[in-house]
Ligand binder design. Structure first.
Ligand SMILES: O=P(O)(O)O[C@@H]1C[C@H](O)[C@@H](CO)O1
Ligand SMILES: Nc1nc2[nH]cnc2c(=O)[nH]1
Length: 272
C-alpha cells in the first residue's frame, strides 16, 4: 500500500495546480451547514469526485465540494459536506481531507455537525460549542502503522478542542447576544440513530449530544498538531426524547438556524 505521505503529495500537487495556495483554517461543514462555503470570497470550487484519493459524498445535505478562498480575512479550505464511516469508508479515508488541510499548511480546523441533543436543557436549533468528545465509534483512524512524520504514535487528547478557541467563541456569542450551549459530543458509527436505551447510557457516560462524524476528524487533527474549534447544531432531541427521528428533520433544522450558525462561525473566525 502507498504511504500516506505519497498519497498526500499527489493530492496537494493537484490542488496547487488548481490554484489552491496556503491554507490557515480547514472548515468541515456538516449536514445542511455547507452554505457557509458560498460566502468564501475569490472562491475556487472543486468537486470531491475530481480530487485524487478523495472519496465521494453520498449523503443528502452534503454538496461534496472543496471550496478555497478568503473568509473573515483568513485563507480557508472548506469541505461542503464530509465523508462518514457509515458510508463504508475506512476511518483513514474519512479523515484524509484533514491530512490534506494540514499538508497545505492549515494550523487549525473548524469542524461542524448536525447532532441529537442528549442534555435535557437543549432544544432543537441550539448551537453547541464542543468542549470534548467520546469516541464511541468502535474504531480509530490512527490504528495501523504510524508514519512518524505525520504525528506521534500516542497523541495526547487532553486539549483536543482548543481551550483558547472555546473562550473566543463564547465571547463572540456573548457579544452578539447569541445563545450558545456547550458540551461533550459522543460519536457513534451510525447509520442507525440510537435507541432510547443507548441515549440513556450516553447521558450517564457524560454526553450532551450524539452524532455520526467529527470524532475521527478531530483525532487526526490532534495527531497532526492542529488546533480545533467544534460546533454542533442540535437538530433534534435524541432518541426517546421525541417521538421519532429522521434525516429530513435534521436538514430542516439546519435550514432554520443556518443564518445564526454562519454569523457565529464568521465572527469567531475573524477573532482567531
Ligand atoms: O455530517 P454530520 O455529522 O453533520 O451529519 C449528521 C450525522 C449523519 O450524517 C446525519 C444523520 O441525520 O446527520
Ligand atoms: N447519531 C446521531 N446523529 C445525529 N445527527 C443528527 N441528529 C442525530 C442523532 O440524534 N443521532
Amino acid at each position: 500500500m502507498a504511504k500516506l505521505s505519497e498519497l498526500l503529495k499527489e493530492t496537494t500537487t493537484f490542488l496547487k495546480e488548481k490554484g489552491i495556495g496556503e491554507v490557515d483554517f480547514g472548515l468541515i461543514l456538516g449536514s445542511g451547514l455547507g452554505e457557509l462555503a458560498d460566502e468564501v470570497e475569490d472562491a475556487i470550487a472543486i468537486p470531491f469526485s475530481e480530487v485524487p484519493h478523495f472519496a465521494v459524498s453520498t449523503v443528502v445535505g452534503h454538496a461534496g465540494k472543496l471550496v478555497y478562498g478568503t473568509l473573515s480575512g483568513k485563507k480557508v479550505l472548506a469541505m461542503q459536506g464530509r465523508f462518514h464511516y457509515y458510508e463504508g469508508h475506512s476511518m483513514q479515508k474519512v479523515t484524509y481531507p484533514v491530512r490534506v488541510m494540514s499538508a497545505l499548511g492549515a494550523h487549525s480546523i473548524i469542524v461542524t455537525n448536525a447532532a441529537g441533543g442528549v442534555n435535557e436543557n437543549f432544544i432543537p436549533g441550539n448551537l453547541m460549542l464542543i468542549t470534548d468528545h467520546i469516541n464511541f465509534t468502535g474504531d480509530n483512524p490512527l490504528i495501523g502503522e504510524n508514519e512518524d512524520e505525520m504525528g506521534p504514535r500516542f497523541p495526547d487528547m487532553s486539549h483536543a478542542y482548543t481551550p483558547e478557541y472555546c473562550e473566543v467563541t463564547k465571547k463572540v456569542a456573548n457579544a452578539q447576544n447569541m445563545s450558545l450551549q456547550e458540551g461533550v459530543y459522543m460519536g457513534y458509527s451510525g447509520p442507525t440513530y440510537e435507541t432510547p436505551a443507548e441515549i440513556r447510557m450516553s447521558r450517564v457516560m457524560g454526553a450532551d449530544a450524539v452524532g455520526m462524524s467529527t470524532v475521527s476528524e478531530v483525532i487526526v487533527a490532534a495527531h497532526s498538531g492542529m488546533k480545533v474549534l467544534g460546533i454542533s447544531c442540535i437538530t433534534n432531541l435524541a432518541a426517546g426524547m421525541q417521538s421519532s427521528l429522521n434525516h429530513a428533520e435534521v436538514v430542516e433544522t439546519t435550514e432554520r438556524v443556518k443564518a445564526q450558525f454562519k454569523e457565529l462561525v464568521k465572527a469567531t473566525l475573524a477573532e482567531l
